[in-house]
Design a protein around this ligand. Sequence first.
Ligand SMILES: C[S@@+](CC[C@H](N)C(=O)[O-])C[C@H]1O[C@@H](n2cnc3c(N)ncnc32)[C@H](O)[C@@H]1O
Length: 212
Amino acid sequence: MKQTDIIPFYGGTHPELFEIERRCMDREGKVIDELQQLLPNGLVLDIGAGNGFTAEKLQTTQRTIIGMEPDELMIDCTKQVIFTKGCAQDIPFHTHTFDAAYSTWAFFFEGITDLDKGIAEMKRVVKKGGPLIIVDNYGEDEFCALSDRPITSSTNHWIKRGFDYHIIETAFIFDDVEEARKLLGFYFGDPGMAVEKTRFEYKVAVYTALNE
Ligand SMILES: C[S@@+](CC[C@H](N)C(=O)[O-])C[C@H]1O[C@@H](n2cnc3c(N)ncnc32)[C@H](O)[C@@H]1O
């Protein structure tokens, strides 16, 4: 794994902010519920698993999630998840190992990474017919409107690559305005520091394909 393959992420050095992010984004658990429905039983790979928040929730007696994460500082060994170090461009598993793979807000960002390298690796390690799922920002919502630069995924990029998509309408819900300002100010600067409420509508795109 090359250091240059890793997208720098704040979560390892600011775990207290990442804790707010994970607790408050999609607070009602709509994305987790959707992934529960879409994922098969068996062995599933979480690409860019972060601290294992999502993987731990998706694990069942019939489904084992392997959390693959390149940044050691992100890995939370207190979680009931099997972690491995690795990155999307070079997945450290044999061909056709997994029944499915998914990635939530990690690596697959157009313009920042080589999407096709990651998609090719995802396809290599998943069995034929297995689901491939990418979760990212959809945009056109109160949360993304706070940013002065584009932070939405491009549906066209995924459609061109054979994925369908649907939208989940969820929300960032903070405990109080101070907590909202802490995280949104960190993300967006002044517009985030100036917020005066605790709930922000947030649309999430779920891109899905079956491995050929
Ligand atoms: C926004 S966090 C999302 C974490 C987790 N998927 C979640 O939903 O909580 C992005 C994660 O992608 C990881 N990452 C960065 N570069 C990566 C790469 N090349 N391949 C896989 N993951 C990567 C980061 O270390 C970070 O943990």
